[in-house]
Design a protein around this ligand. Structure first.
Ligand code: UDP
Length: 329
Protein backbone atom coordinates (compact mmCIF):
# COMPACT_ATOMS: atom_id res chain seq x y z
CA UNK A 1 0.00 0.00 0.00
CA UNK A 2 1.13 3.55 -0.70
CA UNK A 3 1.29 6.83 1.16
CA UNK A 4 -0.24 9.78 -0.70
CA UNK A 5 1.73 12.98 -0.06
CA UNK A 6 -0.15 16.12 -1.07
CA UNK A 7 2.17 19.06 -1.67
CA UNK A 8 5.03 16.55 -1.88
CA UNK A 9 7.00 18.73 -4.31
CA UNK A 10 7.25 21.58 -1.80
CA UNK A 11 10.01 22.29 0.71
CA UNK A 12 8.98 20.18 3.72
CA UNK A 13 6.96 17.81 1.51
CA UNK A 14 9.90 16.82 -0.72
CA UNK A 15 12.18 16.22 2.28
CA UNK A 16 9.47 14.04 3.84
CA UNK A 17 9.12 12.08 0.59
CA UNK A 18 12.89 11.43 0.68
CA UNK A 19 12.61 10.26 4.30
CA UNK A 20 9.66 7.95 3.49
CA UNK A 21 11.60 6.41 0.60
CA UNK A 22 14.58 5.87 2.93
CA UNK A 23 12.16 3.86 5.13
CA UNK A 24 11.12 1.81 2.06
CA UNK A 25 7.62 3.28 1.96
CA UNK A 26 5.77 3.37 -1.37
CA UNK A 27 4.95 7.01 -2.14
CA UNK A 28 2.47 8.72 -4.46
CA UNK A 29 2.79 12.50 -4.73
CA UNK A 30 0.14 15.00 -5.74
CA UNK A 31 1.15 18.65 -6.22
CA UNK A 32 -0.20 21.50 -8.37
CA UNK A 33 3.38 22.81 -8.75
CA UNK A 34 2.32 26.35 -7.92
CA UNK A 35 5.06 26.61 -5.32
CA UNK A 36 6.47 23.07 -5.53
CA UNK A 37 9.16 21.78 -7.90
CA UNK A 38 8.87 18.57 -9.94
CA UNK A 39 12.71 18.46 -9.90
CA UNK A 40 12.54 17.83 -6.14
CA UNK A 41 10.95 14.41 -6.74
CA UNK A 42 12.71 11.16 -7.61
CA UNK A 43 11.46 7.58 -7.45
CA UNK A 44 7.78 8.32 -6.86
CA UNK A 45 4.56 8.20 -8.85
CA UNK A 46 3.56 11.81 -9.46
CA UNK A 47 0.15 13.34 -10.21
CA UNK A 48 0.12 17.00 -11.15
CA UNK A 49 -3.16 18.29 -9.78
CA UNK A 50 -4.92 20.41 -7.21
CA UNK A 51 -6.58 18.95 -4.13
CA UNK A 52 -9.58 21.21 -4.77
CA UNK A 53 -10.17 19.03 -7.85
CA UNK A 54 -12.20 16.06 -6.61
CA UNK A 55 -11.92 14.22 -9.94
CA UNK A 56 -8.10 14.03 -9.65
CA UNK A 57 -8.43 12.80 -6.06
CA UNK A 58 -10.92 10.12 -7.12
CA UNK A 59 -8.53 9.03 -9.86
CA UNK A 60 -5.59 8.78 -7.42
CA UNK A 61 -7.59 6.84 -4.82
CA UNK A 62 -9.04 4.65 -7.61
CA UNK A 63 -5.70 3.87 -9.28
CA UNK A 64 -3.63 3.31 -6.12
CA UNK A 65 -4.10 1.46 -2.88
CA UNK A 66 -3.62 4.38 -0.49
CA UNK A 67 -3.07 3.49 3.15
CA UNK A 68 -2.66 7.03 4.53
CA UNK A 69 -2.30 10.65 3.45
CA UNK A 70 0.40 13.09 4.52
CA UNK A 71 -1.11 16.47 3.80
CA UNK A 72 1.18 19.44 3.06
CA UNK A 73 -0.64 21.14 0.17
CA UNK A 74 -1.57 24.60 1.48
CA UNK A 75 -0.75 28.29 1.33
CA UNK A 76 1.65 29.19 4.12
CA UNK A 77 2.57 32.87 4.34
CA UNK A 78 1.33 34.78 7.38
CA UNK A 79 1.51 38.26 5.77
CA UNK A 80 -0.17 37.16 2.53
CA UNK A 81 -2.96 35.50 4.53
CA UNK A 82 -3.74 38.81 6.23
CA UNK A 83 -4.15 40.59 2.88
CA UNK A 84 -5.86 37.63 1.12
CA UNK A 85 -7.87 35.75 3.78
CA UNK A 86 -10.36 34.29 1.31
CA UNK A 87 -7.57 32.66 -0.69
CA UNK A 88 -6.41 31.01 2.54
CA UNK A 89 -9.86 29.75 3.44
CA UNK A 90 -10.12 28.31 -0.06
CA UNK A 91 -6.61 26.83 -0.47
CA UNK A 92 -6.39 25.54 3.08
CA UNK A 93 -9.79 24.84 4.61
CA UNK A 94 -11.98 24.23 1.56
CA UNK A 95 -9.27 22.26 -0.21
CA UNK A 96 -8.80 20.04 2.86
CA UNK A 97 -12.56 19.54 2.99
CA UNK A 98 -12.41 18.18 -0.57
CA UNK A 99 -9.44 15.97 0.30
CA UNK A 100 -11.01 14.52 3.43
CA UNK A 101 -14.37 13.98 1.68
CA UNK A 102 -12.53 11.94 -0.96
CA UNK A 103 -10.63 10.03 1.75
CA UNK A 104 -13.85 9.16 3.56
CA UNK A 105 -15.51 8.11 0.27
CA UNK A 106 -12.55 5.84 -0.55
CA UNK A 107 -12.26 4.50 2.99
CA UNK A 108 -8.82 5.98 3.70
CA UNK A 109 -8.76 6.64 7.43
CA UNK A 110 -5.31 7.97 8.33
CA UNK A 111 -3.94 11.47 7.84
CA UNK A 112 -0.74 13.19 9.02
CA UNK A 113 -1.25 16.91 8.81
CA UNK A 114 1.20 19.75 8.34
CA UNK A 115 0.13 22.26 10.99
CA UNK A 116 1.94 25.18 12.53
CA UNK A 117 2.99 27.08 15.64
CA UNK A 118 0.89 29.91 14.16
CA UNK A 119 -2.14 28.09 15.63
CA UNK A 120 -1.08 29.44 19.06
CA UNK A 121 -0.87 33.14 18.17
CA UNK A 122 0.89 35.29 20.78
CA UNK A 123 2.10 32.74 23.38
CA UNK A 124 1.08 33.14 27.01
CA UNK A 125 4.14 31.21 28.23
CA UNK A 126 7.38 29.76 26.86
CA UNK A 127 8.06 26.98 25.95
CA UNK A 128 4.72 26.40 24.24
CA UNK A 129 2.85 23.21 25.13
CA UNK A 130 0.23 21.46 22.97
CA UNK A 131 -2.32 22.17 25.71
CA UNK A 132 -1.73 25.95 25.59
CA UNK A 133 -4.52 28.20 24.25
CA UNK A 134 -4.83 28.43 20.47
CA UNK A 135 -5.67 31.99 19.44
CA UNK A 136 -4.25 32.54 15.96
CA UNK A 137 -3.38 36.08 14.93
CA UNK A 138 -3.58 35.45 11.17
CA UNK A 139 -5.87 33.72 8.66
CA UNK A 140 -2.95 31.34 8.02
CA UNK A 141 -2.94 30.14 11.65
CA UNK A 142 -6.74 30.30 11.79
CA UNK A 143 -7.26 28.10 8.73
CA UNK A 144 -4.67 25.56 9.93
CA UNK A 145 -6.42 25.38 13.31
CA UNK A 146 -9.80 24.99 11.58
CA UNK A 147 -8.36 22.11 9.56
CA UNK A 148 -7.08 20.41 12.72
CA UNK A 149 -10.56 20.74 14.23
CA UNK A 150 -12.30 19.48 11.10
CA UNK A 151 -10.12 16.35 11.17
CA UNK A 152 -10.90 15.77 14.85
CA UNK A 153 -14.67 15.97 14.26
CA UNK A 154 -14.19 13.51 11.39
CA UNK A 155 -12.63 11.06 13.86
CA UNK A 156 -15.85 10.87 15.87
CA UNK A 157 -18.06 10.67 12.79
CA UNK A 158 -16.08 8.56 10.31
CA UNK A 159 -13.19 7.09 12.32
CA UNK A 160 -10.64 9.28 10.49
CA UNK A 161 -7.45 9.28 12.59
CA UNK A 162 -5.34 12.42 12.30
CA UNK A 163 -1.97 13.51 13.62
CA UNK A 164 -1.46 17.28 13.51
CA UNK A 165 2.19 18.31 13.56
CA UNK A 166 2.69 21.91 14.65
CA UNK A 167 6.00 23.02 13.16
CA UNK A 168 8.09 25.83 14.49
CA UNK A 169 10.65 27.34 12.04
CA UNK A 170 11.63 24.78 9.39
CA UNK A 171 15.14 25.37 8.05
CA UNK A 172 18.12 23.64 6.45
CA UNK A 173 18.31 21.20 3.55
CA UNK A 174 18.71 17.46 2.91
CA UNK A 175 22.11 16.36 4.21
CA UNK A 176 23.09 14.94 0.79
CA UNK A 177 22.43 18.35 -0.82
CA UNK A 178 20.06 17.19 -3.61
CA UNK A 179 17.01 19.10 -2.35
CA UNK A 180 16.54 22.27 -0.34
CA UNK A 181 14.49 25.41 0.14
CA UNK A 182 13.37 27.28 -3.02
CA UNK A 183 10.58 29.85 -2.64
CA UNK A 184 9.76 32.66 -5.06
CA UNK A 185 9.70 35.25 -3.66
CA UNK A 186 11.74 34.13 -0.65
CA UNK A 187 10.49 35.48 2.68
CA UNK A 188 12.23 33.27 5.26
CA UNK A 189 15.15 34.48 7.35
CA UNK A 190 17.87 31.87 6.71
CA UNK A 191 17.59 31.64 2.89
CA UNK A 192 17.46 35.45 2.65
CA UNK A 193 20.62 35.76 4.77
CA UNK A 194 22.33 33.20 2.51
CA UNK A 195 21.25 35.15 -0.59
CA UNK A 196 23.26 38.05 0.87
CA UNK A 197 26.27 35.75 1.30
CA UNK A 198 25.83 34.66 -2.35
CA UNK A 199 25.85 38.29 -3.50
CA UNK A 200 22.20 38.16 -4.62
CA UNK A 201 21.11 40.81 -2.08
CA UNK A 202 23.00 43.70 -0.54
CA UNK A 203 21.93 43.24 3.05
CA UNK A 204 19.54 41.48 5.38
CA UNK A 205 16.79 43.62 6.89
CA UNK A 206 16.21 42.90 10.58
CA UNK A 207 12.49 43.28 11.26
CA UNK A 208 12.66 45.26 14.50
CA UNK A 209 15.30 45.43 17.25
CA UNK A 210 13.07 46.77 20.02
CA UNK A 211 11.39 43.54 21.12
CA UNK A 212 11.49 42.44 24.75
CA UNK A 213 14.37 40.01 24.17
CA UNK A 214 18.04 40.14 25.24
CA UNK A 215 19.26 41.76 22.00
CA UNK A 216 15.90 43.24 20.96
CA UNK A 217 15.39 40.95 17.93
CA UNK A 218 12.78 38.18 17.64
CA UNK A 219 13.56 34.71 18.92
CA UNK A 220 12.49 31.60 17.01
CA UNK A 221 12.91 27.84 17.36
CA UNK A 222 14.66 26.66 14.16
CA UNK A 223 14.18 22.98 13.40
CA UNK A 224 16.01 21.04 10.69
CA UNK A 225 13.75 20.05 7.81
CA UNK A 226 15.07 16.44 7.94
CA UNK A 227 14.15 16.23 11.63
CA UNK A 228 10.65 17.39 10.64
CA UNK A 229 10.61 14.82 7.85
CA UNK A 230 11.51 12.06 10.30
CA UNK A 231 8.67 13.09 12.62
CA UNK A 232 6.19 12.53 9.76
CA UNK A 233 7.36 8.97 9.30
CA UNK A 234 7.09 8.43 13.06
CA UNK A 235 3.59 9.91 13.06
CA UNK A 236 2.63 7.44 10.35
CA UNK A 237 4.00 4.56 12.41
CA UNK A 238 2.07 5.87 15.43
CA UNK A 239 -1.16 5.83 13.40
CA UNK A 240 -0.43 2.27 12.31
CA UNK A 241 0.23 1.07 15.85
CA UNK A 242 -2.14 3.18 17.97
CA UNK A 243 -4.87 4.08 15.45
CA UNK A 244 -5.55 7.25 17.47
CA UNK A 245 -5.65 10.99 16.72
CA UNK A 246 -3.13 13.31 18.36
CA UNK A 247 -1.29 16.63 18.09
CA UNK A 248 2.43 17.32 18.51
CA UNK A 249 4.72 20.34 18.53
CA UNK A 250 7.91 19.97 16.51
CA UNK A 251 10.80 22.21 17.49
CA UNK A 252 14.21 21.96 19.14
CA UNK A 253 13.14 23.63 22.38
CA UNK A 254 15.87 26.24 21.93
CA UNK A 255 15.44 29.75 20.60
CA UNK A 256 17.82 31.95 18.60
CA UNK A 257 17.45 35.65 17.97
CA UNK A 258 17.57 37.12 14.46
CA UNK A 259 20.98 38.63 15.37
CA UNK A 260 22.27 35.25 16.53
CA UNK A 261 21.14 33.61 13.28
CA UNK A 262 22.93 36.29 11.23
CA UNK A 263 26.08 35.93 13.34
CA UNK A 264 26.10 32.14 12.92
CA UNK A 265 25.60 32.53 9.16
CA UNK A 266 28.60 34.91 9.04
CA UNK A 267 30.69 32.22 10.69
CA UNK A 268 29.44 29.43 8.40
CA UNK A 269 29.76 31.42 5.14
CA UNK A 270 32.78 33.51 6.05
CA UNK A 271 30.95 36.51 4.55
CA UNK A 272 30.34 39.80 6.42
CA UNK A 273 26.54 39.70 5.61
CA UNK A 274 25.66 43.37 6.17
CA UNK A 275 22.46 43.87 8.21
CA UNK A 276 20.15 46.88 8.57
CA UNK A 277 17.38 47.33 11.08
CA UNK A 278 14.02 47.86 9.41
CA UNK A 279 10.50 48.24 10.88
CA UNK A 280 8.78 45.35 12.68
CA UNK A 281 6.79 42.95 10.50
CA UNK A 282 3.09 42.84 11.35
CA UNK A 283 2.01 39.86 13.44
CA UNK A 284 5.48 38.76 14.60
CA UNK A 285 5.45 37.54 18.25
CA UNK A 286 8.68 38.36 20.16
CA UNK A 287 9.46 34.75 21.15
CA UNK A 288 8.28 31.37 19.83
CA UNK A 289 9.89 28.28 21.36
CA UNK A 290 8.36 24.81 21.36
CA UNK A 291 8.17 22.21 24.01
CA UNK A 292 8.59 19.01 21.97
CA UNK A 293 8.59 16.77 24.99
CA UNK A 294 5.35 15.14 23.93
CA UNK A 295 6.71 14.22 20.46
CA UNK A 296 9.89 12.91 22.08
CA UNK A 297 8.02 10.80 24.64
CA UNK A 298 5.10 9.55 22.52
CA UNK A 299 6.68 9.32 19.05
CA UNK A 300 10.22 8.56 20.24
CA UNK A 301 11.35 11.50 18.05
CA UNK A 302 14.63 13.21 18.76
CA UNK A 303 15.99 16.02 16.59
CA UNK A 304 19.36 14.92 15.18
CA UNK A 305 20.44 18.15 13.54
CA UNK A 306 19.26 20.66 16.13
CA UNK A 307 22.45 22.65 16.25
CA UNK A 308 21.99 26.03 14.50
CA UNK A 309 25.38 25.84 12.82
CA UNK A 310 24.53 22.42 11.34
CA UNK A 311 21.17 23.73 10.12
CA UNK A 312 22.77 26.74 8.41
CA UNK A 313 25.66 24.64 7.00
CA UNK A 314 23.20 22.27 5.30
CA UNK A 315 21.24 25.21 3.87
CA UNK A 316 24.48 26.88 2.74
CA UNK A 317 25.59 23.71 0.93
CA UNK A 318 22.28 23.66 -0.97
CA UNK A 319 22.28 27.39 -1.79
CA UNK A 320 25.87 27.30 -3.03
CA UNK A 321 25.24 24.34 -5.33
CA UNK A 322 21.81 25.69 -6.41
CA UNK A 323 22.13 29.50 -6.34
CA UNK A 324 18.92 29.78 -8.39
CA UNK A 325 17.13 26.97 -6.61
CA UNK A 326 15.77 24.23 -8.87
CA UNK A 327 15.91 26.52 -11.92
CA UNK A 328 18.78 25.93 -14.39
CA UNK A 329 22.04 26.98 -12.80
N1 UDP B 1 13.02 38.11 9.71
C1 UDP B 1 13.82 39.24 9.55
N2 UDP B 1 14.14 39.61 8.29
C2 UDP B 1 13.74 38.94 7.17
C3 UDP B 1 12.94 37.77 7.34
C4 UDP B 1 12.59 37.40 8.63
O1 UDP B 1 14.20 39.89 10.52
O2 UDP B 1 14.07 39.36 6.05
C5 UDP B 1 12.66 37.67 11.07
C6 UDP B 1 11.17 37.59 11.32
O3 UDP B 1 10.68 38.83 11.79
C7 UDP B 1 11.09 36.48 12.38
C8 UDP B 1 12.27 35.58 12.05
O4 UDP B 1 13.14 36.37 11.23
O5 UDP B 1 11.29 37.02 13.66
C9 UDP B 1 11.87 34.33 11.29
O6 UDP B 1 11.06 34.72 10.19
P1 UDP B 1 10.63 33.72 9.04
O7 UDP B 1 9.87 34.52 8.01
O8 UDP B 1 11.83 32.97 8.56
O9 UDP B 1 9.68 32.67 9.75
P2 UDP B 1 8.33 32.88 10.62
O10 UDP B 1 8.80 33.08 12.04
O11 UDP B 1 7.59 34.04 10.06
O12 UDP B 1 7.62 31.59 10.44
Amino acid sequence: MAILVTGGAGYIGSHTVAELLAHKEEVVVMDNLRTGHAEALQGVKFYEGDIRDRSVLDRIFGENEIEAVIHFAASSLVGESVSEPLAYYENNLLASHTLVSAMVAHDVKKIVFSSTAATYGEPKSIPILETDPTEPTSPYGETKLAMEKMFRWCDGAYGLKSISLRYFNAAGAHMDGHIGEDHTPESHLIPIILQVALGQREHIGIFGDDYATADGTCIRDYIHVMDLANAHWRALEYLRKENASNVFNLGNGTGFSVNEVIETARKVTNHPIPAKVSPRRAGDPAVLIASSEKAQTVLGWKPQWGDLETIIESAWKWHQSHPNGFAAK
